[in-house]
Every structure is written in C-alpha cells, then in structure tokens.
Write a protein that binds this ligand. Sequence first.
Ligand code: ZN
Length: 231
Amino acid sequence: MSMIIKLLGLQELEIEITGLEKALTDARGKLGESPALQKAKADAAAAETSYRQLSDRQKELEWQSEDIDTKLKNVNEKLYSGRVSNPKELTSLQLEAGLLSEKAAGLDEKALDVMEKMEAADQEFSQAAAGLTQAESAWHVEQQGLKQEIDNMQQKIAILEEKRAKSADEISPEALQLYQRVKMQKGVAVARVAHGTCEGCRISLSTAQLQRARSGSLERCANCGRILYGE
Ligand SMILES: [Zn+2]
C-alpha cells in the first residue's frame, strides 16, 4: 500500500473519531434534566403553590367568620336576654347585630368565591401533576437511550483509536510528521484530486503535479499545501 493511501486511511479514521467525539459531547450535554422536565416541574410547583395560597385564604376566612359568629351570638344574647331595657342601648345592639350580619354575609360570599377558585386550582394541579408524571417517564426513557448511545459511541471510539494507532504505526515518521503539520495548518491534510483539481482549495493542478500525485508520491498542492491523493 502506498504511503498516500495509508495517510488517507489515517485521515478517514481521524475524521470518523472527531465526528463521534462531537456526537458524544452533544449526547453528554443532554444528560440531566431536560427543558421539558424542568418546565413540567415548575408548572406542578406553581399549581401547588396557588392551591396552597387559596387554602390558606380559606382558613383565614373561616377564622374571621367564626369570630363574627361568636360576636353576633353574644350581641343577640344580650339583645334578647331581657336584661337590657335602655332603648338607646337596645338600638345600638340592634345596629351592631345588623352590621355583624352584613359582615358575615360578605365573608360567606368571599368564602364561596375562594372555594370556586380552589376547585379550578385543584383541577389545574391534577393536570400539572399528570403532566409531570408523563414528562418524568419520557425523560427516563430518553436518558436511558442517551446512556446507551454514549456507551456505544465510547466503544466505537475505542475501537477506532486502536485502528488509528495501528494505521499510524505503518506510516513512516517523515510522512506522519508532514501529515500532522499540514493537518495543524489546514484541518484536513490529504486532499483528493478530482477532474484535475485539488479538492482542498478547488484550484487546477499542473499536469506534472497531477502525474506525481497519481504516481503515489507525497505531492503537495502548490496552492494550499495539502497532500494530494490522485486516483
Ligand atoms: Zn489545494
């Protein structure tokens, strides 16, 4: 096998390894909580918070209502006990009873409103919780797939690295050095020749260059410096 074919083989292995390494990095970046799972968690937490706030409000209204009921009971007791005979005092008690009743009615209305909101919030919470369960199971499946994918890629890379090392062993130190140097400069060291043109820079090659490239010697493109591979 000519040196240029060996270099091309090495380059192909390296390109494959680089591609796999990039895919591996991408896959690793997807490990951990996905945006979909994060959103589902936030939605469930928000729904729970608004339900709890309404529940707190409901308790507060209940306490206020109990307080008013007690006050009203006391006023009514006084009013109908027969112990109060002063007309002014009676009128004042009646007025107070009226005000307390109004307050109680107002609180009842508020409590009803809160109860309705709680029903809606409860429904929202159930939906969010179901959404979270779904997102979590989808996420688990996705993560397992990713881990499998990562394992596979790591194995492939290890095999390719071994091949790469073997392939490099078969290349002369001078050729390998040239290859590494051009690769450092150009990213890709070996350029194929197609229709008399270097595929690395798309510049036409001279007949003499073409002949040398086709003969299998390590000919470099006069324009870009890549090592030419002419079939
Ligand atoms: Zn070129």
